[in-house]
Design a protein around this ligand. Structure first.
Ligand SMILES: C[S@@+](CC[C@H](N)C(=O)[O-])C[C@H]1O[C@@H](n2cnc3c(N)ncnc32)[C@H](O)[C@@H]1O
Length: 365
């Protein structure tokens, strides 16, 4: 058996989905062994979890795993909006360029699930991010609440995203939100966020039921989306849908649907609330902040058709201006009413914030 000496993330250096380096020691001496973790390679994901994140490996249910293995082996190529032929490459670029663009919302979700920074940190709490992408939520949790705030298992249906998560050092597994691989009563928090509207309406109750099943008593389920009829929905309908390669024709949640979903799953205590989920992007000048915001939005939503029509720079300014017009709210204290551009003297940086309001349903088991 190779003996583990050290493991770490060389993802970008290696230019591939990469996770660990191990020193194999035997009578002949020692050699370094690199382990690649690809998004479609469930077996290597499991091995890496067992080696480096045993607490996460322990929550995986062998029986559910065996059914999923069969399905993965026999499934034909799936439509994957977040794959390289969809908007996956640009989506990841957007996150890398602006890791903190959505930190306001993500931090609040983390605080809901884990408590405020410094509040009773428990090393062994396990959080499952069902629509985890490349592990951005884990990264923001680690930066804001500390790396030991929780063990986060990043899950995603897109192999491209799971590869990218491992390349970032985020333990991840290929899994569909509606078909959890986890043991009953095994985790402390389940997050369904930043893409809940991608779950088909007919499967949403299954996702909530599964969240309830895998939570320990006292565990928390957080369901985040953008309301039907909200400015965010208008953004998707008027900008993301017509101007992206993949389109964006998904039904957003209503308050009622969130409440009912959580109650029907069996959660005894629940609440639904609004959340400030604004975008913030910086620049050395006001103009650069506007351009960077546009770039973030064009890449995040894969607005390739605008780029083709207007050229790259004009597309960025167009996207930023569209967002500034669409994301406007009543003055009720949840978010700013409209976009804000301001200069921070100490940091010598311009900040452009575009308000965005999300809705969050919470269920406690
Ligand atoms: C908008 S991205 C969010 C990624 C990440 N949480 C973030 O905030 O950057 C939505 C993610 O949900 C994944 N997804 C969509 N439907 C899914 C499903 N049924 N099960 C698991 N993942 C799914 C997509 O592959 C995509 O990576």
């Amino acid at each position: 058996m190779p003996r583990r000496h050290w493991s770490g993330n060389l993802g970008h250096a290696a230019g591939a989905a990469y996770c660990g380096v191990y020193m194999k020691v035997d009578e002949g001496g020692c050699e370094w062994v690199a382990v690649m973790v690809r998004g479609y390679d469930l077996e290597t994901q499991l091995c890496e979890l067992e080696r480096n994140h045993p607490e996460l490996h322990a929550v995986i249910d062998p029986q559910r795993l065996s059914t999923w293995r069969d399905e993965l082996a026999h499934r034909s190529e799936m439509q994957d909006d977040f794959g390289p032929s969809g908007r996956g490459v640009e989506y990841l670029q957007a996150q890398e360029l602006n890791v903190n663009a959505r930190a306001v919302g993500i931090t609040q979700l983390a605080q809901l699930m884990l408590g405020r920074p410094g509040a009773n940190p428990a090393r062994d709490r396990i959080i499952v991010d069902l629509l985890g992408g490349n592990g951005l939520v884990r990264r923001v949790i680690s930066a804001t609440l500390g790396p030991r705030a929780a063990s986060v298992l990043t899950c995603d249906a897109s192999p491209h995203m799971v590869s990218a998560a491992w390349a970032q050092g985020a333990p991840a597994i290929i899994q569909r939100a509606e078909q959890s691989l986890l043991r009953s009563g095994s985790v402390d928090g389940v997050l369904l966020a930043y893409g809940s509207h991608h779950i088909p309406v007919g499967l949403r109750q299954t996702v909530a039921n599964e969240a309830y099943r895998v939570l320990r008593p006292g565990g928390i389920f957080v369901l985040h989306d953008f309301l039907h009829g909200s400015p965010a929905e208008r953004w998707f309908a008027d900008v993301a849908h017509p101007y992206s390669l993949t389109g964006h024709d998904f039904e957003h949640f209503t308050y009622r649907e969130i409440k009912d979903c959580i109650a029907r799953a069996g959660f005894v205590t629940s609440s639904v609330m609004d959340l400030d989920d604004s975008y913030t992007v910086t620049g050395a000048t006001a103009d650069e902040a506007r351009r960077n915001m546009g770039q973030y939005l064009v890449k995040m939503y894969g607005l390739v058709r605008v780029e083709r029509e207007l050229g790259t720079d004009a597309a960025y300014y167009w996207a930023a201006d569209q967002a500034r017009q669409i994301f406007r709210y009543a003055d009720d204290g949840v978010t700013a009413k409209a976009s804000r551009l301001c200069y921070d003297d100490r940091e010598r940086t311009w900040y452009l914030t575009i308000p965005r309001r999300a809705v969050v349903g919470i269920g406690w088991k």
